[in-house]
Each structure stands twice: as C-alpha cells, then as structure tokens.
Design a binder for this molecule. Structure first.
Ligand SMILES: [Zn+2]
Length: 347
C-alpha cells in the first residue's frame, strides 16, 4: 500500500498540530490544531480535502482548528475530548484504548499519559505509522500504554533535547511555594496532577491553597472516567481533596489558564509551568512572571525508550526547533516532512 505523510503544521516550532496521512488513496488528518497565540498561521486548514479527521486530545493546539474545517467532515475523538469540540459539532467515538477502522484504515489507540481522554494514534499501514499526539511517561495520573510496532514515527518532541526528570521539576517548583502564587494550568492536563501534588506540598509546607471551579470540574471528570484510564491509588486522595473546605484567599491558587495577566493578580505572583506564548516570554524576561517547567511532554530519554519500543526506523520530531538534533540524539533517520514512504512509491 502506498503511504504518504505530510506535516501540514507543527514542524520546526511549537505550532498547531495538523498531519496528513494518505494510505491506499484514503486521506486522514491527524489533529486539527488552533493557533497558540495571535498571528500564528492557520494556513494548513485552507482547501483541505480529507476522508476523516482524528483528534488526539483536547488541547487547543490539537483541536482548536476544527472550526476551520467543513462541518460535514467525519471527526473521531474520545468522549471526554468531544466535550471540547465547537457546540453542535458531530463526532464519532474513538476508543480510549483499542482498535477500529477509519476510512478503511486500521487504527489502534492507547493512552498517551498527557491529558484527560488523550490518546496516541497508530495506523496499521505499511509497517505501522505512530503519532504520539502529546505524550508523557511521567504523569502521576495518566497512564501511557505501550503501542504496537511502527516503522514511521511522528513524535512529540516539544521539549527538544531537554531531559530533566519530573522529580527535579517538582522540587524546584516546591521551593517557590512559600509566597503568594497563582499557577495557571491546562484543566484537562497538568491541572489534575498538580492539584494532587499541591495538596500534599501545601500540607507539608503548612500553607493554604485552593483551586478554581474549572480545575475542580476537571478532577470530577477524571473520577467519572473508567478506572483503567487513570493510574491506580489516587482516587481516595482526589475525593478528599474535593471534599476539603478551603479559604477564598489562599496563599496558592491553581486556576484554569485564561491568558492571565500579572495585573489581574495584584496580591499574587504568576508561576507558569508550561508553554509560554511570546507575550509571556516578554513578561518573564521583564521579571513580571516566573516560569518553571512541570513535565507533560516526552523528554529525551523517554523519546529514546519509545523509539526502542516501537522498533522505529524513521522519525519526524514535531513541535520543536531542534528537530535535527533530536533525530541525531535518537540515532534514527529523519523522515522528511513530506514523505512518500510506501512500498510502491518511488525510491
Ligand atoms: Zn497537549
């Protein structure tokens, strides 16, 4: 079967995710990302002709471009991700962990360890094509399922060659929690595990903390998921955390990321832990906000382990300015962003 992969967006920088895979004449779009900040190009969506779109998870840079696609285009995602679709958008269920066929192409999914209901995607064509979506091995709550072998890999390399273990990240953030802080977080992702961790840390430090309604709702949604979709041993702690009474003026706030501005929090200092938009990078450079990473993507050692698991021969490192360096570090050939890799393709 001929196979053609084209990264429409997400190559060479942190940019909206949109990947076209054409196999045996059928065309699938993997993710339909929206712009991460004003001015980022959405040209990938113009005039697009595909048989179906598959969404890995509900973060805006993977789902925010759905509104730019024809409403009649068949769209597949897991039920919890569907909650983030534009109102009224029709969708079909993608298994949270399992197999199906989409436009005649065998699709396997598994938990990606990154977000509520988020999956990786594996296409059973031409030795296997694996797309990690956003993935992480270090989540306290979200499991990562081992995928089937794949010859070609589209890899979440958001962190480039960065390789700091999450335990060190947590220690560094913990040292910054003794003064009034607001931590804006993605509700379906790091919010949930940070809530769990913050509860323990605040207790250890003897300081007050609270979470906003959106973060609370995210934890409640997590508890409604089938048990096998979250790591074991945390349910009781999450319930205790949700039942506890809390002050409305805590030292530490965990809040849904709404592009918060330092002026909105005069009593607190913003501590970001994820992707910084150019505006936030300027705020950080001016000393107005702080940033310390909480790992939610694959670091280098884990990219290496995943490539070994997959037995992959070729990789396209995505969402990074260090694609070439990552490929070299993984000692795997780089697949060009537009690739004809099928058995009946030239070369
Ligand atoms: Zn994500």
């Amino acid at each position: 079967m001929s196979l053609r992969i084209e990264v429409l967006s997400g190559l060479g920088e942190k940019a909206p995710a949109a990947i076209l895979v054409e196999a045996g004449g059928r065309r699938l779009l993997l993710d339909a990302g929206g712009a991460l900040h004003p001015g980022q190009s959405m040209a990938w969506a113009e005039g697009l002709d595909v048989d179906a779109v598959l969404i890995s998870h509900d973060h805006f840079d993977h789902i925010g471009g759905v509104s730019a696609l024809p409403a009649e285009l068949p769209l597949y995602c897991t039920p919890s991700v569907a909650a983030a679709l534009p109102s009224g958008r029709e969708w079909r269920a993608l298994p949270e962990r399992g197999q199906c066929r989409i436009a005649g192409i065998p699709v396997t999914t598994g938990q990606a360890g990154h977000s509520l209901g988020g999956v990786w995607l594996h296409l059973g064509v031409d030795g296997g094509v694996f797309y990690s979506g956003d993935a992480c091995f270090e989540s306290l709550l979200f499991p990562f399922d081992e995928p089937p072998p794949a010859r070609a890999v589209l890899l979440d390399a958001s962190y480039g060659r960065y390789d700091t273990p999450q335990t060190q990240c947590r220690e560094a953030i913990a040292q910054r929690l003794s003064e009034p802080r607001v931590l804006p977080v993605s509700v379906s992702g790091r919010a949930l595990e940070m809530a769990l961790w913050l509860d323990a840390e605040a207790g250890r430090l003897g300081v007050s903390w609270n979470l906003d309604h959106a973060c609370r709702a995210g934890l409640e949604a997590l508890l409604r998921l089938p048990r096998t979709l979250r790591r074991e041993g945390h349910d009781a702690a999450i319930r205790r955390l949700l039942d506890a009474s809390r002050t409305d003026s805590p030292l530490l706030w965990l809040v849904e990321d709404r592009d918060d501005d330092p002026q909105e929090w005069p009593e607190h200092r913003l501590l970001h832990t994820g992707y910084l938009t150019p505006r936030r990078q300027r705020q950080r450079a001016a000393g107005e906000v702080d940033w310390w990473r909480w790992n939610v993507h694959l670091r280098l050692a884990h990219m290496r382990a995943l490539m070994r698991q997959l037995g992959a021969g070729q990789v396209i490192p995505l969402f990074t300015t260090e694609a070439r360096e990552v490929s070299e570090s993984l000692m795997v050939a780089t697949l060009p962003a537009l690739s004809e890799v099928g058995s009946d393709a030239a070369g």
